[in-house]
Design a protein around this ligand. Structure first.
Ligand code: ATR
Length: 286
């Protein structure tokens, strides 16, 4: 007899707290419609207190989901509660994508994939840089460090206001990673081919810092993982100084690709229409 879960259209979720500002439903519903896939994607609010029982209902099938996305503040707990975290999630200690397979809950982290896929699309050869500078050592910087290292950039400098956090990440991610306090920025930027802002500096019009990109290698790329505003103060300074830039919106779009493929069985493409849907939602001018 067929299991009702096999015959029902697959349902996926994004959960976090708060969740109402998540743009993941726009992305996944766009693809469901574009590829005429029978399936659904819902935003499910869950507090830290609720989250373990949400995961329990996912595992026992009573939630009716095939998997989903997990965002702040549940990424670390999702990793811990999964039956089978992959090596990427394991190293980060955090998961953003869950899926059920043979009755077990698998967890991965697609943020690093999204970061790299965005740059592959916007600025091929970004990974040929000999030296990369990553500004920031918060939660969001980890997947970026992992991705840049895994693409073979030999020298990665993590610079952070609080040195101890940068040091912790250098210890975690291996010999290619070097930790610094802010004062080292001009020195480590010298000759670098890649600069990545992972801090909240300039987000939503907040504080920023003045950066002199002119010491970087010719043809260097500057990117930001923040996408509100689309052109952050860091990117604006780089552009005005004549450097190539890539905004952070593509990372959000690309990190969604592997999850959609797992849950719905079709590998989706990131296209301009999807990008403009999110740009419209952000309310900024493309
Ligand atoms: P996320 O998980 O989004 O990365 P986070 O863990 O709060 O958020 O980290 C924010 C990052 O922005 C950190 O690297 C933080 O530096 P500290 O570790 O010293 O806090 C950085 N950041 C935030 N405001 C900053 C500021 N005004 N100047 C320099 N760095 C700042």
């Amino acid at each position: 007899m067929a299991d009702s879960r096999e015959t029902r259209a697959p349902a996926a979720f994004v959960t976090g707290w708060p969740i109402k500002h998540s743009r993941s439903p726009i992305i996944h519903r766009y693809w469901l419609e574009q590829y005429a896939v029978a399936g659904s994607y819902a935003a499910v609010p869950a507090t830290e207190e609720d989250f373990p029982s949400f995961i329990a209902s996912l595992k026992d099938g009573s939630g009716g989901y095939v998997g989903g996305n997990v965002t702040i503040p549940h990424k670390e707990t999702a990793f811990r509660l999964a039956d089978r975290p992959d090596a990427l999630a394991e190293e980060l200690g955090a998961a953003n994508t869950l899926f059920l397979q043979n009755g077990e809950l698998h967890a991965t982290n697609t943020d690093g994939y999204g970061f790299a896929a965005n740059l592959d699309e916007r600025h091929a050869d970004w990974d040929k840089a000999d030296r990369a500078v990553i500004l920031g050592a918060g939660g969001a910087s980890r997947a970026v460090i992992q991705a840049v290292r895994d693409r073979g950039v030999g020298e990665i400098h993590v610079v952070n206001r609080t040195f101890s956090r940068a040091k912790e990440l250098a210890d975690r991610f291996g010999a290619a990673i070097h930790a610094h306090a802010m004062a080292a920025l001009p020195e480590v930027m010298t000759g670098a081919g890649l600069f990545i802002n992972t801090t909240s500096l300039g987000m939503d019009g907040g504080d920023t810092i003045d950066l002199d990109f002119s010491v970087m290698a010719r043809g260097a790329l500057v990117t930001d993982i923040v996408y509100v505003p689309l052109e952050t103060p860091v990117l604006k300074q780089a552009r005005m100084q004549g450097y190539a830039t890539a905004d952070g919106l593509g990372m959000l779009l690309h990190q969604a690709v592997p999850g959609f493929e797992k849950w719905f069985g079709h590998r989706p493409a990131v296209d301009e229409r999807l990008r403009s849907l999110i740009v419209d939602d952000i309310g900024s001018v493309p």
